[in-house]
Design a protein around this ligand. Structure first.
Ligand SMILES: NC(=O)c1ccc[n+]([C@@H]2O[C@H](COP(=O)([O-])OP(=O)(O)OC[C@H]3O[C@@H](n4cnc5c(N)ncnc54)[C@H](O)[C@@H]3O)[C@@H](O)[C@H]2O)c1
Ligand SMILES: [Zn+2]
Length: 346
């Protein structure tokens, strides 16, 4: 499928066995011969060989650069080190960057692509469901600082996105489920039919029909996200803010749990439930609509209430670090309002 915005367009391919075709696909869209494959150690051990082989057989010269897995490595220091290694490997303005991994790698590799020689092309090969349906689309790239997540970054649209469904076979179940939090978010804000499809979703990607269902689900999510992004590429007009559903509180919960208690999608699940509760109070959301959303999140084994001993005060403290905490007025109410608008047809 083709992703289009006012100033960019790029293909996003979704299917099985696509890594094998990477070299040929890259040939069509990228002029340079040299590239960096940026990945984490765990993912590189699984897929880097396949990626390198496909590239070299199409005459590219790839350099593999890995960092340790996990959010705590999505930093400016790591981005700097990656750049140094790219310089040492002789990569120049004609080179391009491939991000092979989940959202962490997608974000840091996109950031490196945005700043290296003032910007070189970026290819996304997402390896988590979350990265396929969300972070690889939309051009937001960046790193975390001690003060908060994604505080330093750039907008840099990819030149090519390759979603090879085969890579999901090794993804742990908890990681797969957290991807569904973003999928459910998309359903709530934009697609009631997808919401119903998810209510009877069977996790059977091993079968041919299961793989087809997953393929079309991923495509639909890419479509939803890219259409919203196209209306507000730089997150300025407020239209892209619908994608923040569950994220204001979700990010605060992630932070309050020191980024180790909950995965991003799990925190978003809790954030969606919180946003629903606010919507009931502030914006007239019906209880049965909230209940349907909670049940759907639970169907994918996502948390919908905080553990009893979770430090709740820390969540409120963490809210202050939110980028959306604009002139003292938190965007939560805005999220709640948006939600009412889109939920009225559920
Ligand atoms: N740019 C955006 O628009 C955007 C949107 C949403 C989230 N994000 C970012 O995405 C990040 C979260 O991404 P994530 O959930 O993909 O986490 P992640 O990148 O940390 O990956 C999760 C874990 O799964 C492992 N893994 C990845 N693919 C695997 C596979 N196929 N098989 C086995 N193990 C695999 C990784 O090594 C890692 O340990 C956060 O940093 C978040 O801020 C960005
Ligand atoms: Zn998210």
């Amino acid at each position: 499928m083709e992703i289009r915005g006012a100033r960019y367009h790029y293909p996003a391919l979704v299917g099985s066995g696509l890594i094998r075709q990477l070299g040929n696909q890259a040939r069509k869209f990228l002029a340079g011969k040299t590239c960096a494959i940026i990945s984490d150690d765990k993912i590189a051990a699984l897929f880097a060989n396949r990626v390198q082989k496909s590239l070299t057989s199409a005459d590219f010269r790839p350099t593999l650069i890995t960092i340790p897995p996990g959010e705590k490595w999505k930093t400016l220091e790591q981005a700097g080190e990656i750049c140094d290694r790219m310089i040492a490997a002789g990569l120049d303005r004609q080179s391009f960057v491939i991000g092979l991994g989940g959202g962490v790698i997608g974000d840091i590799s996109g950031f490196v692509a945005a700043i290296y020689h003032r910007g070189i092309p970026h290819v996304q090969i997402p390896t988590t469901l979350l990265a396929m349906v969300d972070s690889s689309i939309g051009g937001k790239a960046g790193v975390d600082t001690r003060a908060g997540k994604n505080l330093i970054g750039a907008f840099h649209q990819p030149s090519l996105v390759i979603d090879d469904l085969d890579v999901l076979k090794t993804l742990p179940r908890r990681e797969l489920n957290q991807g569904f939090a973003e999928i459910i978010k998309h359903a709530v804000i934009a697609d009631a039919t997808m919401f119903r499809t998810l209510e009877s979703w069977k996790a059977s990607s091993g079968s041919a029909s299961g793989a087809l269902a997953l393929q079309s689900l991923i495509k639909r999510n890419i479509e939803i996200k890219s259409q919203i992004v196209a209306k507000d590429e730089r997150d300025r007009t407020g239209e892209r803010a619908v994608l923040n559903l569950g994220h204001t509180i979700g990010h605060a919960i992630e932070r309050a749990g020191n980024y180790s208690k909950f995965l991003h999608g799990e925190a978003v699940s809790l954030g969606i439930v919180a946003a629903c509760t606010i919507s009931i109070r502030k914006a007239g959301l019906l209880r049965n609509q909230r209940d349907a959303i909670v049940q759907l999140l639970q169907r994918f084994e996502l948390p919908t209430c905080l553990p009893k001993n979770f430090p709740r005060k820390k969540i409120f403290d963490a809210l202050k670090f939110d980028k959306k905490f604009e002139s003292g007025k938190n965007m939560l109410w805005r999220e709640a309002g948006i939600q009412l608008h889109f939920l009225s047809y559920l």
